[in-house]
Write a protein that binds this ligand. Sequence first.
Ligand code: MG
Length: 162
Amino acid sequence: MTDLRHAPRVGLGWDRHRLEPGRRCVLGGVEIASELGPAGHSDGDAVLHALTDALLGAAGLDDLGSLFPDHDPAWKDADSTTFLREALRRLAGLGLRPLSADLVVVCDRPRLAPARQAVRGSLAGLLGLPLDRVNLKGKTTEGGDAGRIDVQAVVLVGPSEA
Ligand code: MG
């Protein structure tokens, strides 16, 4: 069989949160001024949840819900950068690191555009990647559903040594 140890791996993540009045709106580790924020057991950061799941998927490491169960009081109101950092730590333990990431955020309110570069920069910092290896696209449903946020993430992961 072909030796795949040094071959890159792709990972896919997806997340959805309901948006509620009065919740903090944290996306990609950046707090955004908004009357609506994602409901959830943790801080509800759907961007980091999708990205973390993509990283875990690329490494064959199960998923976010298995590692950080949403019934565990330890993760109540948790800062989701904790989840991403733990996933990166586990990847590093396998000799893997992220090489690039691309995300799509679907949300009518709040508008992503004013915060997009800040969120992109935050993700690049968390992943330890240059900005041109991390992309973030904002889409709206043009009024189809203002009550939720959906996020898709794709990552490429490769050997730490390469
Ligand atoms: Mg989530």
